[in-house]
Design a protein around this ligand. Structure first.
Ligand code: GAL
Length: 430
């Protein structure tokens, strides 16, 4: 109590001083004594800087600042879809014991890595205070827990296995049915190629791994895919060889790699490309008004279906926020986590982000169009975890997969890719 009161005094004094920005995407404001500034500023580390995804963060930031007038949101986001660049910087900050106040971490194996490294404080006190165990699915809480200690606050559920497509481009190419299997997909890609459009748009390197996870799920089937992360995995057998050959064929229809996922998705919305396999953050980008998104019309400019061969399975991932040990502004971080955990925070963030809430009690009327489909499928489909977005593999294993796929994009050598993936699994120590 006393500590809170002291913090409130510090904040009030800080509020009376004027001048200088705290940097990042934080307030333009007011130069203050370093101590007062530190007490105010809450450094939130993510990779949501680009069009589409920044809109969701902004919506949650607004609620945070409204509810916490004494605190300033300091946006420490590092650009680059999927966070590969952000995580590299985060690792060095954690190793140097200079963590941000809170950072984004994927539920599942990625988060387990931070827990094992001793980087995080448990947040059971928040789950007790806010009765969060009643509102988050138990299977999600399991993914962020070790030995009964819970280590993060999930803000959403994203779907990875989405095939976005441009209905007009398909029609012009004579593709009359939305491809449901890998074979149908390859036939459709060929038709689009003949029609002179980009069959499949692709972005920076990680988007090739994103594509790989959808192809593995579609080619192997859900059960065999889910076994890849267990002691019964089979990375070396003929089913995997077939899946990787499918991947090679599909990749051969990819256009020039774009800088990140947004320009690749845009090629579909603009009618330059037919297909893009990307997570549903692309929905936020397509759909949000033009000050952040593309303001496109659903079903006309873009449409969606499960990635080929994966109908009935929801390949999921979840963004969650953490409380790092030694957070400089721990109280501020806790205030952020409370907003991220809240129904109001999640219902502001997710419709903009293109995700559905992690909470089970969200206002479903806010989730329309693509998001209504996602809510329905999340509640009824089989589940599989994403590779690239931290569910099934920790950061070291994911990095090994990324390297193998990077080499494959040059060599196109399926046997070498299969060996590298099998080695990555064997050496993962996960
Ligand atoms: C994922 C993240 C999503 C989205 C995406 C593209 O890893 O979980 O929220 O940001 O990367 O950047």
């Amino acid at each position: 109590m006393r500590r809170r009161w002291m913090a409130a005094v510090a904040v009030t004094v800080a509020g009376m001083l004027t001048l200088t920005a705290c940097g990042g995407g934080g307030n333009d404001g007011a130069a203050q004594s370093p101590q007062a500034d530190a007490a105010k500023k809450v450094e939130v580390f993510s990779w949501w800087t680009g069009p589409g995804e920044a809109d969701g963060l902004k919506a949650m930031k607004e609620i945070f600042e409204k509810q916490n007038p004494g605190l300033t949101f300091f946006d420490a986001a590092v650009a680059g879809g999927s966070g590969d660049k952000a995580r590299a910087l985060l690792t060095s900050k954690l190793q140097a014991d200079t963590p941000p106040d809170t950072f984004q971490g994927h539920a599942g194996a990625e988060l387990q890595g931070y827990i094992k490294a001793g980087d995080l404080e448990p947040v059971n006190f928040l789950y007790d205070e806010l009765k969060l165990k009643d509102v988050f699915p138990q299977q999600l809480v399991d993914q962020i827990s070790v030995g009964g200690q819970i280590y993060s606050v999930p803000v959403n559920i994203h779907r990875s296995n989405v095939m976005w497509f441009n209905p007009g481009v398909l029609k012009d190419a004579g593709v009359t049915e939305v491809p449901g299997t890998i074979e149908e997909f390859i036939a459709a890609l060929e038709k689009v190629k003949q029609a002179g459009k980009v069959p499949l748009s692709i972005g920076s390197e990680w988007t090739a791994v994103h594509l790989l996870e959808s192809v593995l799920l579609g080619s192997l089937g859900t059960e065999a895919y889910n076994q890849l992360w267990t002691a019964n995995s089979d990375w070396s057998g003929p089913a995997m060889t077939k899946a990787l050959n499918d991947y090679k064929t599909i990749l051969s229809y990819a256009g020039d790699p774009q800088d990140d996922w947004q320009p690749a998705a845009k090629q579909v919305a603009d009618g330059e490309a037919a297909f893009n396999i990307m997570g549903d953050w692309a929905y936020g980008y397509f759909h949000n008004p033009p000050d952040g998104g593309l303001g496109k019309t659903s079903k006309t400019d873009f449409d969606w279906a499960p990635s080929p061969g994966t109908g009935g399975t929801f390949m999921w991932l979840s963004d969650s926020f953490t409380l790092p040990k030694g957070a400089p502004n721990r109280d501020g971080a806790v205030a952020w986590l409370k907003v991220a955990a809240s129904k109001e925070g999640q219902d502001a963030f997710n419709p903009k982000k293109g995700s559905i809430p992690a909470r089970k009690d969200a206002d479903t009327s806010l989730y329309t169009d693509y998001l209504a489909d996602a809510l329905k499928d999340w509640g009824s489909n089989k589940l599989a975890g994403s590779i690239q977005h931290g569910v099934t593999v920790n950061d070291a294993w994911r990095t090994a997969i990324n390297e193998a796929v990077g080499l494959f994009q040059q060599s196109k050598d399926v046997a070498a890719l299969q060996t590298a993936l099998a080695d990555a699994a064997k050496n993962s120590g996960q």
